[in-house]
Design a protein around this ligand. Structure first.
Ligand code: COA
Ligand code: AMP
Length: 632
């Protein structure tokens, strides 16, 4: 195979030289109520608008049109609960009916075009139903991951100002039940909206919550029984489909706004060209609807394409064993699986020789895609060997909504280089630049930036905060979107993503802000100052470790303080932070202007080469910390 696939190269070049032609052609895959005459508008520059005069409905494109095209009896959604040992399926007709009815429930609560609905649900079909129903009304959903605590939920409720919240009695984690209603109750109180309607999907096995009578509770099943189904409401292509909050470098999450039309066009392009998944194929993304990967590739992408999407409630290991993924592939005839490398590392740790794979026929699997964090070369080689199919990394972020760099399997693919997600995808004019914005030579590491405008499907702004969008992403390098990742390109143009340049870390494929953890640690009465850094972890990629300096005169046992700080982060951010260690130190290394040298700390902890900045206030602090950061 040539190193550069010529049809892909041509398509890629065309996307940059003729974006109008390229994306208008891709837009033919969408069913429009008003077909767009233009692809892109920069009338609101630096904000960009895709298909500005187009009108459509995303839910109609994901459901109704497939029923109309004769796919009504095809399975749209398979829910496989390894937690309960149950499988539930919905055909396209059944899913359309359920979504239309739930849209009727939302409408009866006053939800209409442009209104927000917060969805706080685990991996159950109702999560997809609630998202699609919101989209059906032209309203805007904001899904919050179940592993976040009440404070995080309340911040999102405050910012999104929803008309209703959709939740459940609980979620299932291995060996424990997570009761959602006390968290919702606390979050509503904190956000100052205790009377917000709360639609509750009751799940078997969960006792009625004591707080329920204090909520304006609407029973999901009862409401569905009495609701009038709602038809899709056509919206402008540029109208928001959803807001998804993601970690920023400060404690305040960023509300990434996704539009309707650009999103549908981009996802449809990726299902075919990047993932090689077409109508009727079974596609499985093992993520969670609370993350962007779940939005794009559990719910919207596969359904827009008329494929069968598999929603998995379980873990890669322990539910019941490290053969769970192979069981699901074999049982449902999965053509392609998309997961995070950490899941593969977890499987490998439990079953290094993949003995459990021998129990299953996974012959339907054609490709394994990974994203969420770098696919380390060890895991890449292991997965390639045991599965015998292409293992394809691709790099993207919540903001972009789909792959920035990838290996287009639907276009014949590119040779895979271990450690690289391959080449920039259409619409992404990627550069690697130094601190002043000058492009660096191949092989040299720098900031990865993307020339504006970004392609369709990428964020249009931050919710209620255009200025923060501009300040955070567009102001560092004029004319470019700053990804926050660093990396390099090799002689063949392959991109190698090396890590974040900011205080965002990636724990088990979950994006977290060390800044928000520091804010929480700082509220403890014994803590004078602190730094949280992400250090390398063999299973989870990174783990958060806190270093705290005590206030003068405070005496507390280090072990007691650690226990309290761990509990505090769990309470304020949630178990997803996976914050397990806090170390008391005498001092933190700082520059003369008082900035804590977190990067230097991280490099020492990871055993990387590091040059201590000349601006350091007191270099003896580094020598003191060295054995603490990296015990021999
Ligand atoms: N609701 C409530 N709690 C949750 C949760 C949810 N949806 N998801 C995770 N948690 C909790 C876990 O129960 C755990 O709690 P504990 O500290 O009491 O044990 C904590 O958050 C950390 O969870 P996690 O990081 O998932 O660690 P784990 O040790 O339970 O599992 C893996 C490790 C690798 C198996 C698991 O992280 C995994 O499957 N990762 C794949 C991630 C992924 O798909 N990411 C999507 C991006 S593409
Ligand atoms: P999220 O917004 O949760 O998708 O996280 C995005 C961040 O995760 C990126 O900015 C990267 O730092 C990291 N990331 C995601 N996918 C990859 C990948 N394939 N390779 C390297 N880093 C990745």
């Amino acid at each position: 195979m040539p190193l550069h696939n010529s049809s892909f190269s041509e398509e890629y070049q065309r996307s940059l030289s003729d974006p109008e032609g390229f994306w208008l052609e891709a837009a033919n895959a969408v069913d429009w109520a008003a077909k767009p005459s233009r692809a892109h508008s920069d009338e609101d520059a630096p904000l960009s608008r895709w298909f500005p005069d187009g009108e459509m409905n995303t839910c109609h494109n994901a459901l109704d049109r497939h029923v109309a095209a004769g796919r009504g009896d095809q399975t749209a959604l398979i829910h496989d609960s390894a937690m309960r040992g149950e499988v539930t399926t919905y055909t396209y007709s059944e899913l359309t009916a359920a979504v239309a009815t739930f849209a009727g429930v939302l409408r009866s609560l006053g939800v209409g075009r442009g209104d927000r609905v917060v969805i706080y649900l685990p991996m159950i079909p109702e999560a997809a139903i609630a998202m699609l129903a919101t989209a059906r009304l032209g309203a805007i959903h904001s899904v919050v991951f179940g592993g976040f605590a009440a404070s995080e939920l309340s911040v999102r409720i405050l910012d999104a100002a929803p008309k209703a919240i959709v939740t459940t009695s609980g979620g299932l984690e291995p060996n424990k039940q997570i009761n959602y209603l006390p968290t919702v109750h606390e979050a509503l109180a904190k956000a100052g909206v205790p009377e917000l309607p709360v639609i509750i999907k009751r799940r078997e096995g969960f006792a009625e919550s004591a707080v329920e009578h204090e909520l304006t509770a609407v029973d999901w099943d009862a409401a569905m029984a009495g609701a009038q189904p709602a038809d899709p409401v056509m919206v402008k292509s540029t109208d928001p489909l959803y807001v998804l909050y993601t970690s920023g470098t400060t404690g305040v999450p960023k509300g990434v706004v996704r539009d309707n039309g650009g999103h549908a066009v981009a996802l449809l392009w990726t299902m075919d060209k990047l993932y090689n998944v077409q109508a009727g194929d079974v596609w499985w993304t093992a993520s969670d609807v609370g993350w962007v990967v779940g939005h794009s590739y559990i719910v919207y992408g596969p359904l827009l394409a008329g494929a069968t999407t598999l929603m998995y409630e379980g873990k890669p290991v322990g539910t019941p064993d490290a053969g769970a993924f192979w069981r699901v592939i074999a049982q449902h005839g999965v053509k392609a699986l998309f997961t995070a490398p950490t899941a593969l590392r977890a499987i490998r740790k439990m079953d290094p020789e993949a003995e459990l794979l021998k129990k299953y026929d996974v012959g339907t699997l054609q490709t394994l895609f990974t994203a969420g964090e770098r696919l380390d070369t060890d895991t890449f080689h292991w997965a390639s060997k045991v599965l015998g199919v292409p293992v394809v990394d691709h790099w993207w972020q919540t903001e972009t909504g789909w792959g920035i760099v990838g290996n287009p399997q639907g276009m014949g693919g590119l040779p895979i280089k271990a450690g690289s997600p391959s080449l920039p995808l259409p619409g992404y004019d990627l550069r690697v630049v130094d601190a002043v914005g000058a492009e660096v030579a191949p092989g040299e590491e720098g900031n990865i930036v993307l020339a504006l405008p970004l392609p369709p499907g990428t964020l249009t702004t931050l919710w209620n905060n255009d200025q923060r969008y501009v300040d955070s992403y567009l102001s560092v390098f004029e004319g470019y979107y700053t990804t926050g990742d660093s990396g390099y390109r090799d002689q063949d143009g392959y991109v190698f993503v090396m890590g974040r340049t900011d205080d965002i870390i990636n724990v088990a494929g979950h994006r977290l802000s060390t800044g928000s953890m520091e804010q929480v640690l700082g509220t403890h009465p014994a803590v004078a100052e602190c730094a949280v850094i992400g250090v390398a972890d063999a299973l989870k990629g990174q783990k958060a470790v806190g270093f705290v300096v005590l206030k003068a005169g405070v005496s507390i046992q280090a072990a007691d303080l650690e226990r309290e700080l761990v509990a505090l982060v769990r309470k304020e951010i949630g178990p997803v932070a996976d914050f397990k260690s806090a170390v008391v130190v005498e001092a933190l290394p700082k520059t003369r202007s008082g900035k804590i040298l977190r990067k230097t700390m991280r490099q020492i902890a990871d055993g990387d080469d590091c040059k201590v900045p000349s601006t350091i206030e007191d270099s003896s602090v580094i020598e003191y910390l060295r054995p603490i950061l990296r015990p021999s």
